[in-house]
Design a protein around this ligand. Structure first.
Ligand code: IMP
Ligand code: MG
Length: 177
């Protein structure tokens, strides 16, 4: 652990594993007979995407996108897409795999970019959803692992200052004085 940081388990590795089985069963049912272009958002979704993709029965292609928001207190944050798709999504069934939907700004930007490229369909699968923090209007995500309260979480791909991504569980980060 780093300095005064403290992590309290929210979802254990086995709880995550069980929830992924359920999500994969839903996705397998919904996409039966269709190929999927899985698009993970870097970096946070890398572990979720790796574990979820190995539970899918459809043929899948894998790609990644990366976006960052830039902003300060004087203007609303702007989204910059740092990595575009390398596979053309035109005519494909795209499943966007997110680590967490917080304000919703990242998802909104990535969604619009994929739709503009003429995907046949686009659905969202997010490991975590923090609906109380939403700042933009978004259609509901089709697949949500866990809905969580307004806490900062780390582990299973999610970081704080690039730390803790490799924890096998998801925990709430707090700071002790
Ligand atoms: P957005 O606010 O919905 O655009 O989320 C932007 C990004 O912030 C997410 O993809 C995460 O990488 C990061 N993020 C938001 N909440 C948390 C958290 O609780 N822990 C770690 N990263 C977070
Ligand atoms: Mg992050």
């Amino acid at each position: 652990m780093y300095k005064n940081e403290c992590i309290c388990t929210l979802f254990s590795a086995s709880q995550i594993e069980m929830r992924l089985e359920e999500l994969a069963a839903e996705i397998n049912n919904d996409y039966m007979g269709k190929e999927i272009l899985l698009v993970g958002t870097l970096k946070g979704a890398y572990i979720f995407m790796a574990d979820l993709s190995r539970k899918l029965t459809s043929l899948v292609e894998i790609d990644f996108m990366k976006a960052s928001s830039y902003g300060d207190s004087t203007r609303p944050s702007e989204l910059k897409i740092e990595k575009m798709l390398s596979i053309d999504p035109a005519g494909k069934h795209v499943l966007l795999v997110e680590d967490i939907v917080d304000t919703g700004r990242t998802l909104l930007g990535l969604r619009d970019t994929i739709i503009e490229q003429n995907a046949a369909s686009l659905r969202i699968c997010t490991l975590l959803d923090k609906p109380s923090r939403r700042e933009v209007e978004l259609p509901a995500c089709e697949y949500v692992g866990f809905t969580i309260p307004d806490e900062f979480v780390v582990g299973y791909g999610l970081d704080y200052a690039q730390r803790y991504r490799c924890l096998p569980y998801i925990g709430i980060l707090s700071f002790e004085n």
